[in-house]
Design a protein around this ligand. Structure first.
Ligand code: 6GU
Length: 291
């Protein structure tokens, strides 16, 4: 997988050379390139922003600078698109026909992800352009799974009050699979941290990235019945006077499984009732329903 990140603070991404992603880079699983948006400016001040049209506080990132950069990274020739609606929501209609030809089933030939849990969500364009944006749909595990099947991801990090809204709409009209995502209901100063979060969620799903692929399948927020996980304990079974639940030391694996499943259901209902609402009821057993 090739990952291009564009930011006015590209140094921020040097941390990606550490950690598991650094290991994946040296193994050749992923290549991460961080670019400075100012490299595509032509004025002496390397300015990337301007005042908002219509007035108001803050600055907005200029579309022309982004376009010079993104045309180059996406291999597109500059072209006017006067028919683009500057107010259309990105996620309203599907990407245009030319992007459908861009679909690449062979993006991950030795794919090891469980096909049942990812059915219908592994179809993704060869190249995806992603803008972190606090005013966009939430980035979920489903998006991470889908994007892990692309060959090329391009992230455009906005700063200040954001980027000119015509930029993502323009590239969508050019046939690119364009996404905008928020990582949660809170405000960050720019997209850099959000991109790091999304990248970690996506790249850990790449075949060969994790030592033990099973640990991916069992975690929270995966599969059609996304539940919070049961609590975990290790030895000693009594520590500072606190003993782990007896069922876990009973040796009865059936009982342990039922105990953990009940705890997962109860914790999810308590902490994240919204996830219970979204549960696929057909995937619930009789015993689950009792809980
Ligand atoms: Cl994607 N960007 C910024 N600036 N703030 C955020 C966010 C993104 N997601 C949540 N807050």
């Amino acid at each position: 997988m090739l990952i291009d990140i564009v930011s006015v603070f590209p140094e921020y991404f040097s941390v990606l050379d550490l950690s598991l992603l650094g290991k994946a880079q040296s193994k050749g699983l992923v290549e991460v390139r961080a670019h400075n948006l100012r490299d595509w400016t032509h004025d002496v001040h390397h300015s990337v922003d301007d005042t908002p049209v219509g007035g108001g506080a803050g600055m907005v990132m200029k579309p022309a600078v982004w376009a010079e950069c993104l045309d180059e990274l996406l291999g597109l020739e500059p072209q006017d698109m006067p028919q683009v609606d500057p107010t259309a929501e990105l996620w309203d209609e599907p990407v245009q026909d030319s992007a459908a030809e861009n679909l690449d089933d062979a993006a991950n030939p030795d794919d090891t992800v469980d096909s049942a849990s990812t059915a219908g969500i592994t179809d993704v364009a060869d190249t995806v352009l992603i803008f972190p944006n606090p005013s966009a749909p939430l980035f979920t595990q489903r998006d991470a799974t889908q994007l892990s099947h692309a060959r090329h991801l391009v992230f455009g990090c906005g700063r200040y009050e954001g980027y000119d809204a015509r930029v993502p709409r323009y590239y969508k009209a050019r046939g690119v699979d364009v996404r905008e995502y928020s990582i949660g209901d809170y405000v960050l100063n720019g997209g850099e941290v959000a991109v790091s979060v999304m990248l970690e969620a996506i790249t850990r799903l790449l075949p060969g990235f994790m030592g033990n692929p099973e640990s991916i399948v069992e975690e929270s927020y995966t599969g059609s019945n996304a539940l919070l996980e049961h609590l975990q304990y290790t030895r000693p079974t009594t520590w500072r006077g606190i003993t782990v639940p007896a069922v876990l030391t009973s040796g009865d694996h059936g009982k342990v499984d039922r105990y953990r499943r009940d705890q997962a259901l109860a914790r999810t209902a308590d902490i994240r009732p919204d996830l219970i609402e979204k549960l696929d009821c057909a995937a619930l057993s009789k015993a689950d329903r009792k809980t």
